[in-house]
Design a binder for this molecule. Structure first.
Ligand SMILES: [Zn+2]
Length: 270
């Protein structure tokens, strides 16, 4: 598996709350959840470390634990979540609903198998030679009904504190949705699967900021996104995403919480 990838903050020199890492046969993408630290600084997170620290610490731990091919991906993620909880060194309230949290996507080549795990609304798109790629994303969060707002306004509302407060209370609850935070059990509620290596031609692993051309703007199909990443590289996907965003900075044409988002995309070619 040959991996090329890029991870960019919303603007140069801003903190990146996405994380991308790869090692031999493993790619990991994380997207920190909740309001960015620069907006949330006056809101209580119960954590002195912040989101960029969390995604960096968890991402590094996932890459290390998933590097052991004998460890199933859910166990590897559970171990990494537990290690990261320990790394707060008891100084933070890990039961706080706003404790740092993140989506996690792992793609691993394990001998004759390609394994994947998806937790939260980041995406894996696998080209297995069929007309349409296999696309896996975990949309359990966005299926949470948020009463009293119409569908057009819904996306604009999704970054408000009011909405965040509702969502954060549902993290890792039986009637809510799983996400990587401080509870290792969330790993066992991830979407996971595997294919034979001979079936897989190429795959994309991406945060939602890098799949907007397809799933938010409707400008490209998944196959066209794979083709763009293959021909122009992951940077070209980000460039075209930023160009599209800039034509709609007020988020009117494409309702969304933020005009720009951190964007991360890795292309894996087999
Ligand atoms: Zn902390």
């Amino acid at each position: 598996m040959r991996v090329t990838g890029v991870s960019t903050p919303t603007r140069p020199f801003r903190d990146n709350e996405d994380w991308l890492g790869s090692g031999p046969g493993v790619v990991v993408v994380l997207d920190g959840c909740g309001q960015p630290d620069n907006i949330a600084e006056d809101t209580e997170r119960g954590c002195a470390h912040g989101l960029p620290w969390y995604v960096k610490t968890l991402g590094t731990a996932v890459l290390r634990s998933a590097g052991d091919l004998a460890t199933p991906l859910d166990d590897a993620l559970a171990t990494a979540i537990a290690e990261t909880a320990t790394a707060h060194h008891g100084r933070c309230d890990l039961h706080h609903p706003s404790t740092p949290a993140s989506t996690v996507v792992i793609l691993r080549e394990n001998r004759r198998t390609v394994e994947y795990l998806v937790l939260g609304d980041s995406t894996i798109a696998i080209d297995d030679g069929s007309p349409e790629p296999i696309v896996v994303t975990d949309d359990r969060e966005i299926r949470i009904p948020f009463p009293s707002i119409g569908s057009d306004e819904e996306q604009a509302k999704r970054n408000t504190r009011e909405y965040m407060a509702v969502v954060e209370k549902l993290r890792n609850q039986p009637d809510g949705f799983p996400i990587a935070a401080a509870d290792p059990q969330a790993a066992y509620r991830a979407l996971a699967g595997h294919l034979g290596t001979e079936q897989v031609r190429r795959a994309i692993v991406a945060s939602d900021g890098a799949t907007r051309l397809v799933d938010r703007f409707g400008i490209l199909t998944w196959t066209e996104l794979l083709d763009l990443a293959s021909s122009g590289g992951p940077e070209e996907v980000i460039n075209q995403t930023r160009t599209a965003e800039t034509t709609d900075l007020e988020c009117k044409k494409w309702p969304r919480g933020r005009a720009h988002d951190d964007a991360t995309l890795a292309l894996c070619v087999f």
